[in-house]
Design a protein around this ligand. Structure first.
Ligand SMILES: NC(=O)c1ccc[n+]([C@@H]2O[C@H](COP(=O)([O-])OP(=O)(O)OC[C@H]3O[C@@H](n4cnc5c(N)ncnc54)[C@H](OP(=O)(O)O)[C@@H]3O)[C@@H](O)[C@H]2O)c1
Length: 187
């Protein structure tokens, strides 16, 4: 099969304090918004593979039976279960695990959570785009930051992205108090 250049896009939705989940580790209703959901689902429809952490995979039903690449530390070699492939990035590179799917995928959508976003923020298979959606007026005290450094070092998501050499390329209003910013790596 002809190999194509991958396009890796990340999608996160946060409140004012850059948290993707509340203090119990769950994504609350306050982060759900129809316009943002529509934007997110359109992106997933366009992507050939969704890349997701094992906890989010367990928590979010795969109603559309999308191809999912699930990160986990619990295995060494990739395991395939229908449209779902479990992958340990410490054991195999992304490019090799993609051959486990019956498609020559180019567009990949990374949907978190935190460690998964951290994984694709830097390194050889980093984001080409990181879409940070924000619901204004929502705060999640003690919640899970979109990146580890938000929770651990008290940085904003913007500071983390700038330190990782990303630049904000565009900013779109999806609805009242709902925006999405597209960040791209500088090189
Ligand atoms: N607001 C948002 O945009 C957003 C996005 C995503 C998720 N969420 C919410 O956040 C919550 C879960 O997120 P989370 O951050 O706690 O968990 P998560 O990222 O969904 O899953 C974490 C698990 O993924 C595996 N994993 C992650 N990075 C890995 C790596 N580099 N190498 C190997 N395995 C790796 C590990 O699985 P094992 O334990 O199997 O080793 C880890 O325990 C859910 O409530 C979800 O709905 C919100």
């Amino acid at each position: 099969m002809e190999s194509k250049r991958l396009e890796i896009s990340g999608y996160a939705v946060v409140g004012d304090d850059d948290r993707i989940a509340d203090a119990s580790g769950m994504m609350p209703d306050s982060l759900q918004n129809d316009a943002e959901w529509e934007f997110f689902q359109a992106a997933l429809d366009e992507a050939e593979i969704t890349i997701i952490g094992r906890r989010s995979h367990d928590a979010v039903p795969n109603h559309k039976n999308r191809r999912r690449l699930v990160l986990t530390t619990k295995i060494r070699s990739p395991e395939t279960h229908g449209n779902v492939v479990y992958w340990n990035p410490n054991e195999a590179p992304l490019t090799s695990v993609l051959s486990s799917f019956s498609t020559n995928a180019r567009k990949l959508a990374v949907v978190g959570g935190q460690q998964v976003f951290d994984h694709f923020l830097t390194g050889p298979t980093r984001f080409d785009h990181f879409y940070l959606s924000r619901i204004e007026g929502v705060t999640l005290p003690g919640g899970r930051g979109v990146f580890g450094a938000v929770t651990q070092n008290g940085l904003t998501a913007e500071e983390v992205l700038v330190r990782a050499n990303y630049l904000k390329k565009s900013h779109q209003v999806l609805a009242t108090k709902v925006t999405v910013a597209n960040w791209e790596p500088l090189s």
